[in-house]
Design a protein around this ligand. Structure first.
Ligand code: ATP
Ligand code: MG
Length: 504
């Protein structure tokens, strides 16, 4: 390794501290006098419900936001981070929850965004490409450096973020929910990178809502609740205790049992195919049934559900709702037939960031909820209030702009918006990604209510326990094809994984 773009060991034991740090946004105290410290060589996990203040804390360490009170110390010295550049100069490298990539640029260009290799003062594209290839080889990230980032799925975009963070001389690596969009195999690869870094003395901050990952990768855990630190415990603390600290109570039944009868076939997908993407995809889903679609990232699940919903076209096959074929690539026809999709990429496709919470919640039902051609605002407000309550969305007002909500609360809005339309067939692509344990249980309850009313639910999920906990039947995809169908009794972690790694 040549070193200039590498990850090098810290000379002295590294230490990054926040001392009595507070942050106030209009209407909310996001952080209240919090102490936190990170030592070189450890993984310090940050836990808390959606809106607890985790990302706010990370943004201070990254120089994006400045504390209103308190200070930041690096190796015992008080530092003033005027911007992200100052943080990077100190070896603080951050992967933010909202990805900050330029979709029109290539993977290599994004990795070296803002600091490309230069020659005679000019950007040297060949050197940049070569360094990107080296970096990806060294870190084992499977990415094409020439691919345009906008064409990549969310998992691969996340890997670009990781590569970008590793392209500077990192002493502290801060990761805000890096695993939310990755599948199990990719999480394994990320953890290998993390272990190599900590072995070299790098300190890592890690945020995740998947509690199973805490003990697997962490050393210490700091728990935040409503902007305050409520505890610091070892990472092998049992899950129930962690949940109790986060939520302030215990959450018993993660997957509430469903007892509703299952009716006739409502959704039928027959021989769907798209050149080079997926082939021969057939499945059915009945009234009141939850059908799961499992598989690894890249198996083609998102492409298939987008085609079913009419968001993309396909080359062969057909989609029928209640026996009626739906014209391909026609979202309006799909909507009229009662299909709804909660997309995987909720930031890009599901939410209007500059609109209010109420407007976002109202958007999906705008068409059918008019009075004399006008939006019935009183009704919209009422329904929005109901969603906020049911989904446990943390807002201080319905007029708050979506952009000012925490990541998980933004997700809840997109899901709430579609649940409110009471669709005949609801397709959920990774419904609980980024959502805390308490709110997860709420979403599962809502799914139960919908199926009890006869709604057909199709769930794409990379979270195996969720897939198994929710589904009456599971279809597993690998490499663009359905590799098997498992009923509730047959579906286990092992049987799903065995099908998911089927070779084309
Ligand atoms: N720019 C902003 N303006 C107003 N309020 C904000 C802004 N950014 C964040 N907040 C608020 O600060 C609080 C903490 O948000 P933060 O993003 O730190 O939560 P989080 O713990 O990262 O949650 P999540 O798990 O959902 O990502 C939330 O109530 C959020 O709405
Ligand atoms: Mg966050």
């Amino acid at each position: 390794m040549t070193g200039d773009s590498g990850v090098s060991a810290a000379a002295a034991p590294a230490r990054l501290e926040l001392v009595g740090v507070s942050k106030i946004y209009p209407g909310v105290k996001a952080l209240d006098s919090v102490d936190f410290d990170l030592r070189g060589g450890e993984v310090h996990v940050l836990l808390g419900e959606n809106g607890a203040g985790k990302s706010t804390m990370i943004k201070m360490m990254a120089g994006v936001h400045h504390p209103d009170t308190g200070e930041i110390r690096v190796d015992g010295n008080v530092v003033r981070l005027r911007g992200p550049g100052d943080a990077e100069d100190l070896g603080i490298s951050t992967i933010h929850q909202e990805m900050a990539l330029v979709p029109q640029m290539t993977v290599a260009e994004n990795i070296f965004l803002g600091r490309p290799p230069r020659r005679f003062g000019l950007v040297d594209p060949r050197a940049m490409r070569r360094k990107a290839v080296e970096l990806l080889e060294r870190t084992g990230l499977d990415l094409d450096v020439d691919a345009t980032v906008g064409d990549l799925g969310v998992a691969h975009r996340q890997m670009v973020e990781i590569a970008k963070a590793l392209s500077i001389d990192t002493r502290f690596l801060i990761m805000d929910e890096p695993t939310a969009v990755l599948s199990r195999t990719e999480v394994g690869a990320l953890f290998t990178i993390v272990r190599e870094l900590t072995a070299r003395g790098v300190g890592v901050v890690f945020i995740s809502h998947l509690l199973g990952e805490v003990a697997e990768i962490g050393d210490r855990v700091t728990v935040l609740r409503d902007g305050a630190k409520v505890g610091e415990v070892p990472a092998d603390t049992d899950t129930d205790e962690l949940v109790r600290l986060m939520v302030g109570r215990s959450v018993e039944q993660q997957y509430p049992p469903r007892t509703n009868p299952i009716g006739d076939v409502v959704l039928e997908v027959r021989g769907l195919g798209r050149d080079g993407v997926y082939e021969d995809v057939s499945f059915t889903a009945r009234a009141g049934e939850v059908v799961g679609i499992g598989g690894l990232v890249g198996a083609g699940r998102t492409d298939v559900v987008r085609a079913v919903f009419g968001a993309d076209g396909y080359d062969r096959g057909e989609v029928l709702v209640a026996g009626q074929p739906i014209r391909r690539g026609d979202i309006v026809a799909a909507h009229v037939a009662g299909l709804a999709l909660v997309p995987e990429d909720r930031g890009g496709q599901g939410l209007v960031l500059g609109a209010s919470v109420e407007e976002n919640l109202g958007l999906a039902t705008l068409g059918e909820r008019t009075r004399g051609g006008l939006v019935d605002l009183a009704d919209q407000r009422e329904r929005a209030q109901e969603s906020v309550r049911r989904m446990g969305i943390r807002v201080h007002s319905l007029d708050q702009l979506a952009v000012t909500l925490s990541g998980g609360n933004q997700q809840k809005i997109v899901i709430g918006k579609w649940l409110m339309t009471r669709p005949r067939v609801l397709i959920l692509d990774e419904p609980t990604r980024g959502i805390d344990v308490g709110a997860r249980a709420e979403i599962y309850e809502l799914i139960n209510e919908l199926t009890a009313e006869g709604t057909t639910v199709v769930v794409v999920s990379s979270d195996l326990s969720e897939l198994l906990g929710l589904s009456d039947r599971v279809f597993v995809m690998a490499d663009g094809r359905i590799r098997g169908e498992l009923d509730r009794a047959q579906a286990t972690q092992e049987s799903v994984m065995a099908l998911a790694v089927t070779e084309g």
